[in-house]
Design a protein. Structure first.
Length: 462
């Protein structure tokens, strides 16, 4: 995501560290007095124990989605998630303390610190909720253009209020009065009056959403505003990508991808990334062997047919390979031989299959595909050749997703719900292109942890 969102998340994490660590220290002071707390932290090296408790609490906040600002759209949900996160963290800590008593901070201290940190965290996030939701705060945006591009941009901003943007309206030479389903965008006038509109509404940033730049593109007013330096001007493609984590297909131009600022991967970085993926698959395969054994037994006990399901998928550079999964459907799911879209509530799925699909156990055999270098741990999900041919005809740039190795999980899988249509494939492609354009080992790590969170809470897609 964008630098602005990353800096806010980092700031929130630092604030949480201060509140949690400080809350535990305050609880120690209340329990042991100031001198006793200092002695525990300095002489007994209790600061390590406090740091451990802080780290566990931060991990819990992350897995409960409390670093995703969208959660802040509901105060009641935010408070409930905070209670659940801190409660879960201290349950984990209680288990750690049972096996390693030397790490314990004390029962009384733990009880006090839970209350103190909850009050501090609720106060912090309530303040953020108020600031981000206040119409007078944030950067004021003016959209230049109309149609679906403007609508998608407006929806993206409205959904991501955490970005701190406020749309004042849009300009267009067509005489319209906004969109009935998008009351947040109003037609403020024609492109020729752009400079006056910017001054009258205190606009901080202009987002250019005009698709045809050879036609009614307001070159002169935009040029004067840019040279005057009073307002930022940004292409809609860059803006949409930064706010949503997607590449907008309707505004995508090959030149934008060609001249993007993404740094070319070095040979060393590619080797490190591929080795990390291979090693993660090896460890995952070894650790999951007991789970695989139990799963295989349950599949055989429930229904006739093979334990593993083999299917042809399209990999890097269009190479077709055999993908392995645990069978989660009836053995005759495609008896007529015609490929059928898998659905989220598919009546062909068995009882055991429904469970292993929910917690992604059916995907474990794909560790073998990664070890064979047919897949990566992270990347666009591989699709069947039949559907690839179909989707490539309907969706522009679809075959570009095969420029990188497919993955066991991916950016689209953690960002978009289960899909089984051409429109769903189109939406996922926008996430896949974002990943391909911004691919780094750090992004892979983020996707890995988001995938773990998705599995734990039963969200996301396949």
């Amino acid at each position: 995501m964008g630098t602005k969102l990353k800096s806010r998340t980092l700031s929130l994490i630092l604030a949480d560290i201060f509140i949690i660590y400080g809350g535990i220290v305050l609880a120690l002071t209340l329990r042991l007095s100031y001198g006793g707390a200092v002695a525990y932290l300095v002489e007994d090296e209790g600061r390590v124990n406090v740091a451990l408790a802080t780290i566990i609490c931060l991990i819990a906040l992350y897995f409960y989605g409390l670093y995703d600002y969208i959660v802040l759209n509901s105060r009641s949900e935010m408070k409930l998630l905070l209670i659940q996160a801190i409660g879960s963290a201290w349950v984990v800590l209680a288990i750690i303390y049972y096996f390693i008593p030397v790490l314990e901070v004390g029962r009384g201290t733990a009880l006090y610190s839970i209350g103190i940190t909850l009050v501090g965290l609720v106060a912090l996030r309530s303040s953020i909720h108020y600031i981000l939701g206040h119409p007078e705060f944030g950067e004021k945006l003016l959209l230049v253009g109309e149609g679906k591009v403007v609508q998608d941009l407006a929806r993206a901003v409205d959904l991501r209020r955490d970005a701190g943007y406020r749309i004042v309206g849009y300009t267009s030479n067509n005489v319209t009065n906004g969109h009935a389903d998008l009351p947040m965008i109003r037609n403020l006038g024609g492109d020729d009056d752009l400079e006056n509109i910017v001054d009258a509404n205190g606009v901080n940033r202009i987002i250019v959403g005009t698709r045809d730049r050879r036609g009614n593109f307001p070159v002169e007013p935009l040029l004067r505003l840019r040279l005057a330096g009073n307002v930022n001007i940004e292409d809609c493609s860059n803006f949409f990508e930064r706010v949503t984590g997607q590449v907008h297909l309707d505004t995508l131009r090959p030149s934008w991808l060609i001249f993007s600022e993404h740094t070319r991967d070095t040979t060393l970085s590619v080797i490190i990334r591929d080795s990390a993926h291979w090693l993660a698959a090896l460890v995952g395969l070894i650790v999951s062997l007991p789970v695989m054994a139990v799963t295989a037994i349950l599949i055989k006990l429930e229904s006739e047919g093979p334990v593993f399901y083999k299917q042809q998928r399209v990999g890097k550079n269009g190479t077709v390979f055999t993908l392995y999964k645990f069978r989660s459907m009836q053995a005759d799911a495609e008896a007529d031989g015609k490929p059928v879209w898998a659905r989220s509530s598919d009546d062909r799925v068995t009882f055991v299959g429904r469970i292993i699909r929910k917690i992604r156990i059916d995907e474990i055999p794909q560790f073998w595909n990664i070890l064979r270098r047919e897949m990566s741990f992270v990347g666009p999900r591989p699709e069947r050749p039949h559907f690839v041919a179909e989707l490539a005809k309907e969706i522009p740039y679809y075959e570009h997703r095969h420029l990188v190795a497919p993955g066991l999980t991916g950016w689209a899988q953690i960002k978009y719900p289960y899909g089984a249509s051409i429109e769903d494939a189109r939406q996922k492609l926008q996430y896949d292109l974002y990943y391909i354009k911004n691919q780094t080992l750090l992004l892979d790590v983020v996707i890995f942890f988001e995938t773990v969170k998705t599995i734990l809470f039963g969200r996301g897609a396949r």
